[in-house]
Design a protein. Structure first.
Length: 371
C-alpha cells in the first residue's frame, strides 16, 4: 500500500534565495493553521480540509478574533484542537499553514503579523495563495535571517507539453469532475482513496489544487500552470505515479463553467481517465460567481464529460457524488434514488454515507479495465 509521504511528482517551491527546492509537506507533524479573522465554514475551507484529512498533524488554529476555544466548535471539524490568539500559546510548532483560499488569492493584511512572528521564530510558512510569500522582500529577508522556509504551493514552473503517452497497463485512473466549482471533488477523491486503502488496495490521491497539495504533501497547482502546459503537467504527475494500481486525480472547475473550463479540459486530456465520478451539489441551480448562468442537468453533463474525455482515451462516468449539505437526511435519500434511477449509476452522499458505494464502483471499473 502506498503512503502519503511519497513524493508525487515535480512539485517545487521557489524559496527565499530564489533556488528551486523540492518539498514534501507531509514531513510536518506539528502544524498551526492560520485563519486570522476568517474562521468560518465558508471562508476557512483549506483549514477544514487539513483538519479532516491531516487532523493528527494539527496542533492549533490561530485566530485572535475567534470567540470559540476549539475548532470543533468553530468549524465542526478537529474536535478539541484549540483556537489560539498567538503562536506563543503553542508548544514547538513546526510550520504555519495559511488556512484560507480567498477570492483572487490575496494575502489579507491582518495575517502579516502572525506570519512575521512565525518567520522570526524560524517556523516554516506554507501558503496556497496567489500572492507568493517568497516574492515579498520584507518576509523573504526575514526568512533568510531566521532560517524559515517560505513555501508557496502555487509556485510552479512547468514547461512540458503533453505527449499523449501510454500509461502503465494496470494503473486504473479515476478523475473527479463537477457540475460546478466547490462541490466536493477533492473531498470525494480523498475519501474514496482512504476507503480503497482501508481495503488493502494500492490507491494514490493526486492533488491538483492548493488544499489538496497541503493535505497530500505535493502535487500540481493546476490553476497556476501556463495554459499550454496544463495537459503536460498532469500527464507527468500521473506518469510519476502510475506504478500504483489506482490513482484518484483531483478535479478542478467544471467543463461548462465560463471562467474555469480550461483547467477542467486540460485535466481530462492530461490524465486520460478510465472513469469519472461526477460530483454535484443538490439544490444549486446557477453557476458559482455567475448567478445569471444556469447549470446544466446531470444527464447533459454526463454526456459532455464522457464525450470530451473519450477524445483522448475511452472513458465513462462510473458514479455520482452527491453534496447534500442543503438537504435533510430524508431529502438526501430521495435525491439519491431519483438520480440513480435517472442515470442508472450508483449515487453516494460521501459526507453522510461514507465512500463505500463509490469505492465499489472504482473496483468494478478496475475489473473491466484489466480484463
Amino acid at each position: 500500500m502506498s503512503t502519503t509521504n511519497e513524493i508525487q511528482g515535480p512539485a517545487t517551491d521557489l524559496g527565499p534565495t530564489g533556488d528551486p527546492k523540492p518539498y514534501d509537506l507531509t514531513r510536518y507533524r506539528r502544524i498551526v493553521i492560520l485563519t486570522e479573522g476568517h474562521t468560518t465554514v465558508t471562508k476557512a475551507k483549506t483549514a477544514i480540509g487539513l483538519l479532516r484529512f491531516r487532523g493528527d498533524d494539527v496542533v492549533a488554529v490561530l485566530d485572535s478574533e475567534c470567540t470559540y476555544s476549539t475548532v470543533g466548535e468553530a468549524l465542526g471539524h478537529g474536535n478539541d484542537i484549540p483556537v489560539v490568539a498567538s503562536l506563543d500559546e503553542v508548544d514547538s510548532p513546526e510550520a504555519m499553514f495559511i488556512g484560507i483560499s480567498p477570492a483572487g488569492g490575496r494575502l489579507p493584511p491582518a495575517m502579516r503579523a502572525a506570519i512575521s512572528q512565525a518567520i522570526a521564530m524560524g517556523i516554516d510558512v506554507v501558503s496556497g495563495l496567489h500572492d507568493f510569500l517568497s516574492n515579498d522582500k520584507t518576509l523573504s529577508a526575514a526568512a533568510a535571517n531566521s532560517g524559515s522556509q517560505l513555501i508557496d504551493v502555487r509556485h510552479i514552473d512547468e514547461r512540458d507539453n503533453a505527449k499523449h503517452v501510454q500509461f502503465r497497463q494496470g494503473c486504473v485512473r479515476v478523475h473527479t469532475v463537477g457540475h460546478d466549482c466547490s462541490v466536493g471533488k477533492m473531498f470525494t477523491s480523498l475519501e474514496v482513496q482512504r476507503e480503497l486503502q482501508r481495503q488493502g488496495v494500492d490507491a494514490k490521491f493526486l492533488a491538483t489544487g492548493q488544499t489538496g497539495i497541503m493535505i497530500a504533501g505535493s502535487g500540481i497547482p493546476i490553476d497556476s500552470v501556463v495554459s499550454d502546459f496544463v495537459n503536460g503537467s498532469i500527464e507527468n504527475l500521473v506518469l510519476a505515479n502510475d506504478h500504483h494500481d489506482y490513482v484518484l486525480i483531483e478535479g478542478q472547475g467544471s467543463i461548462v463553467h465560463p471562467a474555469y473550463s480550461g483547467v477542467t479540459l486540460g485535466l481530462l486530456h492530461g490524465c486520460a481517465p478510465d472513469g469519472l465520478i461526477l460530483c454535484y451539489e443538490a439544490g444549486r441551480t446557477t453557476t458559482k460567481s455567475l448567478d445569471h448562468v444556469p447549470l446544466k442537468s446531470l444527464a447533459e453533463l454526463k454526456e459532455i464529460y464522457e464525450w470530451i474525455a473519450s477524445a483522448r482515451h475511452p472513458c465513462q462516468v462510473i458514479g455520482i457524488a452527491l453534496n447534500g449539505r442543503r438537504l435533510s437526511s430524508e431529502e438526501a435519500e430521495l435525491e439519491k434514488e431519483r438520480v440513480a434511477a435517472e442515470l442508472g449509476l450508483p449515487v453516494c452522499d460521501v459526507y453522510r454515507d461514507g465512500p463505500q458505494v463509490l469505492a465499489d464502483a472504482v473496483l468494478e471499473l478496475g475489473k473491466k479495465v484489466n480484463s
